[in-house]
Design a protein around this ligand. Structure first.
Ligand code: EPS
Length: 389
């Protein structure tokens, strides 16, 4: 499976082309729109989310509610485009020295503006920020929705939630089943399972907003139902945990990733890090603990996957940091753009999407995957085989 995306934040639309989804998999527009709406929610978003109501238009690869095996083409319109048709126009400017509004010459520290400008030779750094904007995660969530649909049909559930915002840390969630985690997180404006700290998180966001500042946090994705042995130890670029780490770090503003006990493992002896193996007739091989977060040797252990990512505070600030005007080389405040004060809740939905994508891609690579029914059968056969191994 592979996908690429295209489109600028204030351009006409965002697009993704997806290849490798098995033929015959049920898929509806609503499956994708549901995930797009989840990404748009979350306390701390700016005014842009009031303009957009993201809806997908499937323009290839699906017929009468089933995938065809041909590439899927998904398009999401930017409603804000109508306010930007001149600034972001596609056609050449009529007058050569015509002044374009909202030119960016004072790069924002922490964004791609300056470095991207130097790399591609854009002296109007709007050419950089329009593409490096997290608006692009809209279509990554659309691609992830397709992957998530496949996983759900194969009995694999993905749940993302927020663990920390601006230094306010939630307790590790305690739940009976993953559906409870999914439901409770869904009801929270900051996508946090812990109701006790939810209010404090909201206050932290309010405080940041009042100060013209921004705050980051930590999101966690938990996946249950993965078959044992997906991924591989035989080559560095086939290790599935490494692919997931890359996917998490590819989310805008993400700076770190850990599995299971993560960085805490540095302070513990081996006897308190590894997960003992037990076997029973019902479940086959299971572990008494899950400190490694679902991976051994780059392969799934069959235990829940537990992966966390850290998001830095968004670098667009209403009280901007010092920067330099690239035209005059004089010191100035960085340019002010409309922004969110905290996008950690939304980022937990993006994290779900990118993790789901990597898992679905690994599954379709490993099992018979031209036809959905064949894939389903070969996963069921593998589960039986692994249990009795
Ligand atoms: C973003 C800036 C804001 C965010 C945007 C990401 O957009 P605008 O510049 O239009 O106010 O709202 O996020 C989205 C549009 C989105 O859909 O998540 C940025 O610069 O990264």
């Amino acid at each position: 499976m592979r996908y690429i995306t295209a489109g600028e934040s204030h351009g006409p639309q965002l697009t993704t082309i997806i290849e490798g989804i098995p033929a015959g998999m049920p898929l509806t527009t609503e499956d994708i729109n549901h995930e797009l709406a989840r990404r748009q929610k979350g306390y701390g978003r700016g005014r842009r989310m009031q303009i957009e109501t993201d809806m997908v238009n499937i323009t290839g690869g699906v017929r009468h509610g089933f995938t065809l095996g041909s590439p899927l083409s998904l398009v999401v319109e930017n409603k804000d485009w109508k306010h930007w048709t001149k600034i972001m126009g596609i056609d050449p400017l009529i007058l050569e020295n015509q002044e374009v509004k909202r030119k960016v010459t004072r790069p924002r520290p922490g964004h791609a503006d300056l470095v991207g400008g130097i790399k591609y030779g854009h002296r109007d750094m709007r050419n950089v920020l329009e593409r490096s904007s997290a608006r692009e995660t809209t279509v990554r969530v659309a691609a992830g929705a397709v992957a998530k649909k496949l996983l759900t049909l194969l009995g694999i559930e993905v749940a993302g939630h927020v663990l920390e915002i601006g230094g306010v840390r939630a307790n590790q969630p305690q739940y009976e089943n993953i559906q409870e985690l999914q439901q409770k997180t869904e009801e929270s404006p900051v996508r946090c399972f812990d109701e006790q700290v939810e209010k404090q998180m909201i206050e932290a966001i309010e405080q940041a907003k009042a100060n013209g500042d921004s705050i980051g946090g930590i999101v966690e994705v938990i996946v249950e139902g993965m078959p044992i042995g997906v991924g591989s130890y035989v080559q560095y670029d086939r290790k599935l945990d490494a692919k997931i780490a890359q996917a998490i770090l590819s989310i805008n503003a993400f700076k770190g990733v850990e599995f299971g006990l993560g960085f805490g493992m540095a302070r513990l002896p081996g006897s308190e890090v590894h997960d003992e193996i037990i076997w029973n007739e019902d479940e086959g091989y299971v572990r008494s603990t899950n400190r490694l977060g679902g991976f051994e040797g780059g392969m799934t252990t069959g235990m829940p996957i537990v992966v966390r990512g850290v998001m830095k505070p968004i670098p667009t600030l209403y009280k901007p940091l010092k920067s330099v005007d690239i035209d005059t080389k004089e010191s100035f405040s960085a340019s002010i753009e409309r922004s969110d004060s905290c996008a950690v809740p939304a980022a937990s939905v993006v994290a779900e999407a990118v993790v789901a994508w990597e898992l679905a891609a690994a599954i379709t690579e490993q099992f018979c995957s031209d036809r959905y029914e064949l894939l389903k059968q070969s996963i069921e056969d593998h589960r039986v085989y692994a249990k009795g191994f």
